[in-house]
Design a protein around this ligand. Sequence first.
Ligand code: AKG
Length: 260
Amino acid sequence: MIDAAKLQHFHAHGYLHLENWLDSSEVAAFANWTAELEAWPDTPGRWMRYYEKAPGGDSRMLARIENFLPHHEGIGGFFQGARLKRLLEAVTGESFIVFKDKINLKAPGGAGFTPHQDGPAYVGFGAETFVTAMLPIDPFTVENGCLEMARAASTNQVLPQNPDGTVRQDVADSLEWEAMLAKPGDLILFDSWVPHRSARNQSSSRRRSYYVTYNPQAAGDHREAYYARKRELFPQECERKPGVDYAKLGAQFNLANPFD
Ligand SMILES: O=C(O)CCC(=O)C(=O)O
């Protein structure tokens, strides 16, 4: 299921890139499923849709959908299915369950993500270690703001941070960054310590990608508690109460994100 070099890369850098992990029929299914997901309307109490300002600031663009696994059989079946779980177990030696699920849509002009580790955004839910499976729907390029990973920097600790929880610029500047030029059908796994970032999408097409995060089964199932808390502190727009400063209240849930 996984060769020794990939495994060694994960243990040295905190991430690995598996090319062509899906076959062409699975890639086609994911393209259709993603179009279905994107067409879902803003609806209180179910999936969660987040927006960002379009460049220029006059309109808004759909930037992210979260909490869709319970609502989509195909996508839910894949990310909660035996094949992915076997892979996670082969890589980590442990059994994992889903902690959270999101897709970033990165429309043309969509903002980048400042350097960060994911771990600080997941503190307080009862698990310590996390692994994220990233599955691109569109090819990742430097122009469209592909994910970039810091090499040899996943050291099981929080790096020096800015007040907003992102990695301090001088620390980020000292790291060696690798552009992840993944394509549909590939799968990237990364742990919650590896610093990562991405640039603005300067292309004329979208750059969509799933990010589904898992925690060890032994640490318990925290998915519902995570989304209950996120819905309270950083809800999607259609659930917001007037006069609440969600940027402040929900800062942990919007770490390094460009969303409103
Ligand atoms: O999709 C991207 O460009 C980066 C995503 C990311 O780092 C995040 O969602 O935490």
